[in-house]
Design a binder for this molecule. Structure first.
Ligand SMILES: [Mn+2]
Length: 439
């Protein structure tokens, strides 16, 4: 058995979370429920990120219980018993004895969880849990038991990554960078979106990794659909393809987007938009300085895009009208740029690809400052869907969708791009695309 982190790191995390809870608390951290795909076939299981964070339990059943009713925090990991009949079908289980090497004080059988919870729950105790992870906890806690959300106590801690976590994230970013580069090398006109998907995800698998979210591979107009997922169209010569894909290492995600011409040559209009998105992305990365407000990277990106769209005569208005700042809401823009750049500039990255800790667009909790150890994405884009009939679409750019996304670690010295090995300069991309076809 080897866990991604040493015992001390897990114990430090537990200590920093539990020490913030009131006296007489019970914390219940379940893993995710198994979800049925079809009859007796389940979706691939992924453990709950809070469970992974606090004790590294990856198997598909298990509950971590922590209580300080004795005056001191004691943790117990409840796991399924060994069961030969089930193990013959599903694989060897760790079991209660095996689980003793996990970073907890005690282990016990999942069969005993219900009675333990009933024993512990009383009027004096406050119960904290992770909402929506597991329906079994809802069944065990009687409906009169008031539950409080444990997540806010963990989320701000998960936001800042340790050196070991950063190492896994660097690995995930490097694998995803190579996957994108490989797909560029093997791109050719007439290729199916699914073929690019298989190059990218095949690289994840062969690197002992797996996707951290379903890959988006959109050619031409499909790139203008933000969460496009069909990946079933042929990409014509002259079209761009947008690939948004990332993988996981020890549970930690990467998330990279690149856009390239499948024939290896940007057209002049594609070049103009690509250069603008790239300029905005670099400005966003530069804003990832420790001590800077979270919203400053979105500000930097939006100003660059607004200026660029005015220069390209896509917008015919003042800079302030293009931006449409909302009074009293820093980092919120509702001007004409939103017709072409309609998402946020980035999100935290970690055990979840859209990691916890706030900051997502529309999230009321966006007023914090960047700190060393935070990892976030910077991913501006411009989308000129030729299918849009709600806005005036500039003919020259119709059918172009471009996003460029990197994974950025905030350090004392400024931004460090974990995905820097993934090609993104225009010349570099033109040189690489299609060069691997005859390998
Ligand atoms: Mn992203």
């Amino acid at each position: 058995m080897s866990l991604p982190f040493d015992r001390e790191e897990y114990l430090r995390r537990q200590e920093s979370v539990f020490s913030k809870l009131p006296k007489s608390s019970l914390a219940i951290i379940p893993t995710n429920d198994r979800k049925i795909r079809s009859n007796d076939v389940a979706y691939p299981f992924r453990a709950n990120s809070y469970m992974l964070y606090l004790c590294g339990w990856e198997e598909d059943e298990g509950v971590l219980l922590a209580t300080n009713s004795s005056g001191k925090w004691v943790t117990t990991l409840f796991v399924p018993d060994r069961d030969t009949t089930k193990e013959i079908w599903e694989g060897i289980r760790t079991g209660v004895d095996g689980a003793k090497s996990w970073p907890v004080d005690h282990t016990d059988s999942l069969e005993r969880l219900d009675s333990c919870i009933k024993e512990l729950v009383s009027d004096r105790i406050r119960v904290f849990t992770i909402p929506d992870a597991s329906s079994s906890i809802d069944i065990m806690l009687d409906e009169k038991t008031e539950r409080e959300d444990l997540r806010p106590y963990i989320d701000t801690i998960r936001r800042v990554k340790s050196a070991n976590e950063i190492q896994y994230m660097q690995e995930a970013a490097s694998i995803a960078s190579s996957a994108h580069e490989k797909a560029m090398r093997h791109s050719r006109p007439g290729m199916g979106e699914w073929e690019i998907q298989s190059l990218v995800e095949g690289h994840f698998l062969s690197s002992l990794s797996q996707w951290s979210f379903p890959s988006i591979v959109g050619g031409g107009d499909n790139a203008t659909v933000l969460h496009y997922k069909n990946n079933n169209q042929v990409i014509g010569s002259g079209d761009l393809v947008l690939v948004d894909a990332g993988c996981e290492v020890s549970g930690y995600a990467s998330d990279i987007t690149r856009t390239w011409p499948v024939n290896g040559k940007f057209s002049q209009p594609q070049k103009e938009i690509y250069e603008l998105v790239l300029k905005a992305e670099l400005a966003g990365i530069e804003a990832c300085q420790p001590g800077m407000p979270w919203v400053s990277m979105h500000e930097a990106v939006c100003v660059t895009i607004a200026e660029g769209l005015i220069e390209l005569e896509v917008l015919n208005c003042s800079l302030e009208d293009a931006l449409g700042r909302v009074a009293g809401k820093p980092g919120i823009f509702e001007g004409q740029i939103r017709n072409f750049f309609m998402h946020g500039t980035g999100h935290f990255l970690g055990l979840d690809v859209h990691d916890v800790g706030g900051g997502r667009q529309g999230d009321p909790n966006s007023s914090f400052l960047l700190e060393p150890g935070m990892v976030l994405t910077i991913e501006p884009g411009l989308y000129f869907g030729s299918w849009r009939n709600d806005i005036l679409m500039p003919e020259r750019y119709a059918g172009i969708g471009i996003r460029i996304e990197d994974d950025v670690l905030v350090t004392e010295q400024g931004p460090f791009v974990l995905s820097s090995s993934c090609p993104k300069m225009l010349d570099e991309i033109e040189q690489i695309v299609g060069k691997g076809i005859h390998d």
